[in-house]
Design a protein. Structure first.
Length: 255
């Protein structure tokens, strides 16, 4: 299909902002996916989702690399979670065919409200990096977290990065900065699983995907720079803004 220059500019700007948000706390899909559907309303949804995943993975991978060079990464938790997420994301994508996704909206809305309320109420939540598990317990928790979030991302998706950050803090004792860093690695795994389905089936627009990927990387450079410079307090504030936006969107779509 042919895309006009003005359409590409809009998609690039959306990808730039999405890359910024996603590199800090996740939630870039809130910006990138609506932009794709708005600019290209006649395109097949699967093609738009595939284009979004290709654009997103480059920004997310860049953010993961930037964090890994500046933060002591909790690899013993992150890698098992990423492996489980990769496997279960593919299962989640397959489950779309026989489970109605709209049934999830009310449940996800309640979970988002709970995460936002908990974070807002506990001012010290995610302020100190104090890992809570080791050995087999750490491995099992990581596999469970990665599996559940991976399935969710493959099946539904919105808010995956924000859920990951909240769960890494709540169940592993990470601070916001380390949780954000770990979530990027897991997000790369889930995006790879999705791309493994979309690309072989031709569900992507090459020109838009490449341009948006470049813009997404630029946005992720800006976001990781600010997150690393300003630390967990900055990430916490952006987290609350993004989760609040997700709550509004889910409430609108649900009611």
């Amino acid at each position: 299909m042919s895309i006009e220059l003005s359409q590409l500019v809009i998609l690039a700007l959306a990808a730039l902002f999405a890359g910024f948000i996603d590199s800090v706390v996740g939630g870039g899909g809130l910006i990138q996916i609506p932009a794709l559907f708005s600019v290209l309303p006649k395109e097949v949804p699967a093609t738009l989702f595939g284009t979004n995943k290709i654009a997103s993975i480059f920004g997310t991978a860049n953010a993961a690399w930037r964090y890994a060079t500046q933060v002591k990464m909790p690899w013993r938790t992150t890698l098992p979670a990423a492996i489980a997420a990769f496997a279960c994301a593919y299962l989640g994508a397959m489950a779309v065919a026989w489970l109605p996704r709209d049934l999830l909206r009310p449940m996800i809305l309640v979970m988002l409200v709970g995460a936002a309320g908990y974070t807002f109420w506990r001012k010290d939540f995610g302020a100190i990096h104090r890992p809570q598990h080791a050995g087999v317990t750490e491995l099992l928790y990581a596999l469970l977290l990665g599996g559940v979030i991976g399935f969710y991302d493959g099946f539904f998706g919105p808010g995956t990065g924000s859920f990951l950050i909240f769960l890494f803090i709540r169940f592993f004792g990470f601070d916001f900065l380390h949780a954000s860093a770990a979530s990027k690695v897991v997000n790369v795994a889930t995006n790879l699983a999705a791309i493994g389905y979309f690309v072989p089936n031709g569900f992507f627009i090459p020109v838009a995907a490449v341009l948006m990927a470049v813009a997404n990387i630029l946005g992720s450079f800006i976001g990781t720079h600010l997150a690393l410079r300003h630390g967990s307090g900055f990430v916490r504030r952006v987290f609350l803004v993004v989760v609040s936006s997700l709550i509004v969107k889910f409430a609108w779509d649900t009611f």
